[in-house]
Write a protein that binds this ligand. Structure first.
Ligand SMILES: Cc1ncc(C[n+]2csc(CCOP(=O)(O)OP(=O)(O)O)c2C)c(N)n1
Ligand code: SF4
Ligand SMILES: [Mg+2]
Length: 351
């Protein structure tokens, strides 16, 4: 069915958001992924989050690496900027783009192979530098595109479709992101859109490196008994630490909660995340406790989801480097080449 192109015309009664676009305007091409692939649900969640947040599609830059997951930017935000990089290289290309123009919303989409194997170093440095981005790993525990080899996030002892047991220790990207200094860290499940959409919205409003690991079952190669990344396994072992409601200045949520059962965290852009705790002992502002909680519960075979950590005061790489606020392509020649006298002064300061 990949030859089918989506009709361009919309029904005139489709609802538009505050910037005048219908939900359809945030879609992309018809997906070529396997029917039931978790990645398609993540694309749908991204579409919903961007439409509901009234983000103009041309203000978004979506970048990815290589893999089924990295193909997905073709299937959402078809009117946005896009760059499909080399395998595992999305973070460095995104860092460069972000430094050249901070006015866009940077959406990095990757896979567990792309980010935890070949791109592990790139992932680490984007997190520790605080590149302002929404970094989504669509984590299925296998290299889906190359026919289902175990990836580095496959759990030790989990079984491949042919019954081979994985003997290697897994890389846990959530724990790594916490350790490396990411200021917004979450885990979602592609089968739980109600949880995932607010997690993505919160990441979009965040002022630093935001990482979301989304367990996204591969129905072709990793959805069998013995897999720890199957729909059944994740549903049975999902332990959400919290639910979040995303609130913008203009949209107050209508639900009422008993006093003390929620915590509101305001982000630097004025958006508010209302955290409804599901685990009494969980504190999403305590990085060390978050690492401890994730590791302890993962050792019991549980899949910990929700907003795991956030630092509402986070800053980013631009603040650290004191860069100009203007996109580089808007700078005039006299700003880029300030002349011999200025150069002399700089050189003198280095002698
Ligand atoms: C430099 C390089 N090495 C290896 C490959 C082969 N390759 C393509 S996709 C992929 C793994 C993709 O796995 P993942 O990122 O988990 O994506 P998924 O398909 O599971 O969504 C590999 C190893 C490649 N394209 N380029
Ligand atoms: S092979 Fe797996 S990851 Fe790739 S499209 Fe099919 S179900 Fe999705
Ligand atoms: Mg994968």
């Amino acid at each position: 069915m990949t030859y089918i192109t989506k009709p361009r015309l919309h029904h005139p009664t489709l609802t538009t958001n505050k910037v005048g676009y219908t939900r359809r305007d945030y879609e992309g091409k018809v997906s070529t992924l396997c029917a039931g692939c978790g990645h398609d649900s993540i694309s749908a969640a991204i579409v919903q989050a961007c439409w509901e947040l009234d983000i103009a599609p041309h203000r978004v830059a979506k970048l990815s690496g290589i893999g089924c997951s990295s193909k997905t930017p073709d299937y959402f935000l078809g009117a946005s900027h896009g760059f499909n990089t080399v395998h595992g290289r999305m973070p460095s290309v995104l860092t460069g783009a972000n430094l050249a123009n901070r006015e866009l919303l940077y959406l990095g989409v990757s896979g567990d192979g792309d980010s935890a194997s070949i791109g592990l170093g790139q992932f680490a440095h984007a997190m520790r530098r605080g590149v302002r981005m929404v970094y989504i790993v669509e984590n299925n525990g296998v290299y889906g595109l190359t026919k289902g080899q175990f990836s580095a996030t496959a759990d030790q002892g989990s079984k491949s479709k042919k019954g081979v047991v994985n003997s290697d220790s897994p890389v846990d990207l959530v724990t790594m992101a916490l350790q490396l200094g990411a200021s917004y860290v979450a885990r979602g499940f592609s089968g739980d859109k109600e949880q995932l959409v607010p997690l993505i919205k919160g990441a979009i409003g965040h002022g630093g490196a935001a990482f979301i690991d989304v367990i996204s079952p591969c129905v072709a190669f990793n959805n069998h008994a013995g897999s720890t990344k199957s729909y059944d396994y994740v549903r049975e072992h999902n332990q959400a630490v919290s639910r979040i409601d995303f609130i913008t200045g203009r949209d107050e949520i209508s639900a009422q909660y008993p006093p003390g059962s929620t915590v509101d965290v305001e982000q630097h852009d004025g958006t508010v995340l209302r955290l409804r705790k599901l685990a009494d002992d969980y504190d999403a502002t305590d990085r060390l406790a978050a690492m401890n909680h994730v590791q302890t519960h993962q050792a019991r075979g549980e899949v910990i989801t929700g907003l795991l950590f956030m630092d509402a005061e986070a800053s980013d790489l631009h603040a650290a480097l004191n860069t100009t606020a203007s996109p580089l392509n808007s700078l005039r020649e006299e700003q880029l080449c300030p002349g011999t006298d200025v150069l002399e002064r700089i050189n003198a300061g280095l002698r």
